[in-house]
Ligand binder design. Structure first.
Ligand code: MLT
Length: 403
């Protein structure tokens, strides 16, 4: 008999957001007349920027003409997009990254999940707790996480609690970690990191031969003077890989485009990680559609920039409405300043899932239970600011009335 990958069998039955979608579907089926406001999964609701749509239409036309038709593109992304990324996201901030260090992909979820392919199975992996579940689940799939214990922790992972007490800032772990996942601005807590705070991680990684897997998918939401990229930090190019996404920055959750930066200076015992990731991508990935990459390129045009900034400001305004509305209603609230996520303490010491049920039943509002992101998320709850303004306001009114 063939064998399956036993690591998959050890996983919880479903992925967090699939689980929530199932529960919401069951609720709406049982209560067809109740209106639901969805502030659960971080999925955007504003349309694509007109500059992006125009660029994709033009690219579509090119694909319909023999002279300009394109078949397989470069697996790493077209030069026009890699150059635009380098110019606008890195050189504009004084960061020296070159186009061949950029790997365009279908999004940060895929890349943060797939990056494990190039790392050894015996590496010790450290994750924040709570954490974006993709980092944990994909390491479990690869056999790096060990077994899931009764209290919901994988016994081979190093958990770095991010709690109210430490300001949701992970401390350097006592056990030496080889692969360290960091996400700032943070999903799910909305916390951010300072230049000094990030320098400590880079110094740790350099001193211990660790690699930092830095997810900066939410950098476009930064409003304060904090790092947008780990490569703003001295030494980071020798110890970090960075993941970026057009999903939240430019409304590409359904269009799919992101990129990963693997610096050429990043090596392990003389092996280039840039070369390994290139080898992985050229074998397992056939590139992002030309039409989508032209759309992503248009994000960097002057019109595209003005249009996406307007949308980001819209979501940040929603975040303010949610944060301030909940605080005024007596909730303890975090995040929502440099991030589209609001992290709140559940009222009356309810568990995260008990609050999920109460919130949907009493207020018709869907959020994400903090415990779904890890044991330290218990007693917390995440709301996103990616809904419409009207729904954000209505959700707060309903929550105030219900609790
Ligand atoms: C989230 O809600 O945490 C995100 O939407 C998940 C994702 O980007 O995959």
């Amino acid at each position: 008999m063939f064998q399956v990958n036993e690591n998959f069998v050890k996983l919880p039955q479903s992925y967090l957001f699939s689980d929530i979608a199932k529960r919401v579907a069951a609720y709406t089926q049982a209560n067809p007349d109740k209106s639901i406001i969805r502030l659960g999964i971080g999925d955007v609701t504003r349309p694509l920027a007109p500059a992006v749509v125009e660029a994709m239409k033009k690219a579509c036309d090119e694909m319909g003409v023999e002279a300009t038709f394109r078949g397989y593109g470069p697996e790493q992304g077209y030069d026009f997009l890699r150059e635009a990324i380098v110019t606008h996201d890195y050189r504009a901030r004084g960061i020296d990254i070159s186009a061949d260090e950029i790997f365009v992909s279908d999004g940060a979820k895929s890349d943060t999940g797939n990056i494990g392919d190039i790392f050894g199975k015996d590496n010790v992996v450290a994750v924040c707790d709570p954490v974006y579940p993709v980092y944990v689940d994909t390491n479990a799939m690869a056999g790096r996480a060990g077994n899931l214990t009764a209290e919901g922790k994988w016994d081979n992972l190093v958990y770095m609690p991010c709690t109210e007490e430490n300001g949701f800032a992970p401390a350097i772990p006592a056990k030496k970690a080889d692969m360290i996942y960091l996400c700032f601005p943070n999903n799910p807590t909305g916390a951010s990191i300072t230049y000094e705070g990030l320098q400590k991680w880079v110094d740790y990684a350099l001193a211990n031969g660790s690699v930092i897997l830095y997810d900066s998918a939410y950098e476009a939401f930064i409003t304060e003077d904090i790092p947008h990229s780990i490569f703003e930090i001295d030494g980071a190019k020798q110890c970090a890989i960075e993941f970026r996404s057009f999903s939240k920055t430019a409304g590409f959750t359904g269009t799919r485009c992101g990129y990963t930066v693997v610096p050429k200076e990043l090596t392990c015992n003389g092996v280039s990680l840039n070369a390994l990731w290139n080898r992985r991508q050229t074998t397992k990935f056939n590139g992002v559609p030309y039409i989508v990459q032209r759309g992503a390129e248009a994000v960097y045009s002057p019109e595209g920039q003005a249009q996406i900034q307007e949308t980001i400001a819209y979501y940040l305004h929603n975040a303010k409405v949610i944060r301030e509305g909940l605080a005024a209603a007596g909730f303890t609230v975090y995040g929502g300043v440099n991030a589209p996520y609001i992290w709140l303490k559940t009222p009356h010491c309810l568990t995260s899932w008990a609050f999920f049920d109460e919130l949907i039943n009493k207020a018709g509002v869907v959020g994400t239970p903090g415990s779904g992101f890890g044991p330290s998320g218990e007693g917390y709850f995440r709301l996103t600011s990616f809904g419409s303004y009207e729904n954000s306001v209505a959700a707060i009114e309903r929550i105030k009335a219900a609790f």
